[in-house]
Design a protein around this ligand. Structure first.
Ligand SMILES: Cc1cc2nc3c(=O)[nH]c(=O)nc-3n(C[C@H](O)[C@H](O)[C@H](O)COP(=O)(O)OP(=O)(O)OC[C@H]3O[C@@H](n4cnc5c(N)ncnc54)[C@H](O)[C@@H]3O)c2cc1C
Length: 335
């Protein structure tokens, strides 16, 4: 139990008055009353239950790559998955994505990285699965599967965030989504039960993992063995295309709006509609609509969340006035 200076006892490291901006890719957001940092799925469950016992419904923070957090003080409990970044190969066929017996599982990335030989071992071909906790970075997963020569996650190239956020948002793009590689997922239900669901029992849709209030603790992911060279070639090509089209090196919260129903928009994406309506480059305080991609708002260095929120409303009105299409936000907004 970690005792804090505010007198609460938490089952994991806990920070009072924590700066949330450091936990988002846009580097925006205020100060959380509590930030809990579990380092194991069991501890994560205990942290959620402890928060609920104290009357707080905790908010789960992944890589903060699709989040816009209000300025100022945010009351309540926030739980980050940042310390839950373990990636394993399954030890046997009965895989528990939150298994705690580490002797049965071996951490994967260090093993891969100290192996210069690109030849795949036969056993890697036989069981092309990974067990990932919720805090494993999506870029780390792309890297691991590239090194293993396993296909299936190349559609996530250049997408920041953690696996838990990727599952919640069903992150991806035209070359594939996070849920495409999910074999099963371990969740904590809103009622407080831990359950292990097969992929077929879940019904993810476009940018929505359909978790229905559940929290993702980890997942078993299944890939298609090919070769390292083949996966690397696809990864390189897609990363180059993504970097050319999106402001990957600037601070942002990813796509602001979901793409509208193609039947209504004539197949135009949210970014194309904003650009056509003259939204590209618009500014509010330190926030600016990206010159590269009109569905991204970048923090030029001095932005506050309020600037981004004003720009979002301005873009929504602009597009609605000129096209009659009401854009729906993809980014999650926490106030
Ligand atoms: C430069 C850039 C490029 C991007 N490109 C893409 C792209 O091509 N395609 C795409 O889909 N997205 C893209 N994004 C958005 C973002 O990367 C994805 O939405 C990603 O899945 C967010 O994951 P996260 O861990 O950062 O989630 P967060 O932003 O931390 O959280 C997002 C939501 O998920 C919930 N959540 C987080 N973890 C869990 C959990 N363990 N259980 C339940 N709920 C949870 C949060 O509560 C919140 O509601 C991009 C973002 C940036 C900054």
């Amino acid at each position: 139990m970690a005792e804090s200076k505010k007198g609460f006892q938490w089952p994991c490291p806990a920070l009072p008055d924590a700066d949330l901006s450091a936990h988002t890719t846009a580097r925006l957001g205020g100060v959380a009353q509590w930030l809990l940092e579990p380092n194991h799925p069991d501890q994560f469950v205990e942290a959620v239950l402890a928060a609920r016992e104290r009357g707080f419904e905790p908010r789960i923070l992944g890589g903060g790559a699709n989040l816009l957090i209000a300025d100022g003080v945010l009351s309540g409990v926030f739980i980050t998955t940042a310390r839950m970044s373990r990636l394993f190969r399954p030890a046997d066929s009965s895989v528990d994505p939150t298994a705690s017996e580490e002797d049965a599982l071996s951490p994967l990335l260090p093993h891969l990285l100290c192996r210069p030989d690109p030849m795949l071992e036969p056993e890697r071909q036989e069981d092309p699965r990974l067990v990932a906790w919720a805090g494993v970075g999506l870029p780390g997963l792309v890297r691991a599967t590239r090194l293993l020569g396993w296909s299936g996650f190349e559609g996530l190239v250049g997408v920041p965030g953690h696996l838990g956020g990727g599952l919640a948002m069903n992150a991806g793009g035209r070359f594939g989504d996070t849920w495409d590689v999910v074999e099963s997922v371990r969740i904590l239900t809103p009622e407080g039960d831990v359950r292990h669901l097969q992929r077929d029992a879940c019904h993810p849709t476009y940018r929505n993992g359909n978790l229905r209030g559940a929290i993702a603790l980890g997942a078993v992911l299944r890939f298609e063995p090919t070769s390292r060279a083949a996966v690397e070639a696809v990864v390189r090509e897609r990363l180059a295309a993504k970097s050319a089209a999106q402001p990957l090196t600037e601070r942002s919260s990813g796509c602001i709006f979901k793409n509208p129903d193609p039947g209504r928009s004539g197949g135009k994406s949210a970014g194309a509609l904003i650009e056509e309506c003259g939204g590209k480059g618009l500014k509010e305080g330190g926030a600016r609509v990206s010159h590269k991609h009109a569905n991204f708002i970048v923090n030029t260095g001095s932005a506050r969340t309020i600037d981004v929120l004003r720009l979002i409303e301005c873009l929504r009105e602009l597009v609605a006035d000129k096209t009659g299409i009401e854009l729906e936000t993809e980014v999650k907004i926490w106030r």
